[in-house]
Design a protein around this ligand. Structure first.
Ligand code: SF4
Length: 236
């Protein structure tokens, strides 16, 4: 099959975005937050966990530690009971305690409106920084999570697996003023229609513009790994 030109991809992306606007006119983050600090902490907690589990835990956590100055006083052990229902809570408790201390020491207790400063924080990678920069500060950005990556590959807007490379490819194909919307809409479409295992291509209104429609192969079984999971955990 001939390689698709960037121009053709952009035309397809325009039609995909129109369909996504029809489907999800109010697409926004499903994480509950009131301040940039709450959003930053909630996003760090949401790595490899559901937004529902994070939203169930954060009201109690933020009642006890409403801002960076309050959380900077807490030990990870003091934070753990509030987030015990969220996966990887021990590591996350360490990260948010350290993160709060850095916010106080280096940023006057505020979340920096600066992408490079955000990714320098513990537990904060490009995805988290993009979520915070776009939702708290309105900066254009595409946070690539598992849904956005899968949709981008199925729609053939990228062939990359690395989220940072997927982000760069999407930035070339999608107009900048659609980046924030596209990120939220692709997550919703991934959750509701384009499932990782069983995408509902029949019902999908993107199918006319999706090269993968009705072609998604069932997932391969992961090969067994002796000695448990030894993968290095990357910042998200
Ligand atoms: S047509 Fe199928 S593979 Fe393509 S986006 Fe829709 S559900 Fe996903």
């Amino acid at each position: 099959m001939p390689r698709e030109s960037l121009r053709s991809k952009r035309e397809r992306a325009t039609r995909v975005l129109e369909a996504l606007h029809d489907l999800y006119p109010d697409a926004a983050t499903e994480l509950a937050f009131g301040t940039p600090f709450e959003l930053l902490v909630a996003t760090v907690l949401s790595a490899q966990a559901t937004d529902v589990s994070v939203n169930a835990a954060t009201p109690h956590l933020f009642a006890a530690y409403p801002d960076a100055r309050a959380m900077a006083q807490a030990t990870p052990e003091a934070i753990e009971p509030y987030i015990k229902t969220i996966g990887l809570y021990r590591n996350k408790a360490k990260n948010v305690a350290k993160l709060a201390r850095i916010l106080v020491a280096e940023h006057g207790g505020e979340v920096p409106n600066d992408f490079d400063a955000l990714v320098a924080l513990p537990g904060v990678g490009r995805k988290t920084a993009n979520v915070v920069a776009s939702n708290a500060f309105g900066r254009p950005g595409i946070a690539v999570d598992t849904h956005v990556g899968r949709l981008a590959r199925r729609l053939k807007f990228t062939s990359q697996e690395n989220p940072d490379k997927v982000e760069l490819d999407l930035m070339k194909v999608l107009p900048e003023d659609e980046w924030i919307f596209a990120h939220h809409a692709l997550i919703l479409h991934g959750r509701r229609v384009c499932d990782a295992r069983k995408p509902d291509c029949e019902a999908c209104t993107l199918k006319a513009d999706c090269p993968s429609a009705f072609k998604v192969a069932p997932p391969k079984k992961p090969a067994g790994r002796a000695g448990g999971n030894t993968r290095k955990r990357r910042k998200t």
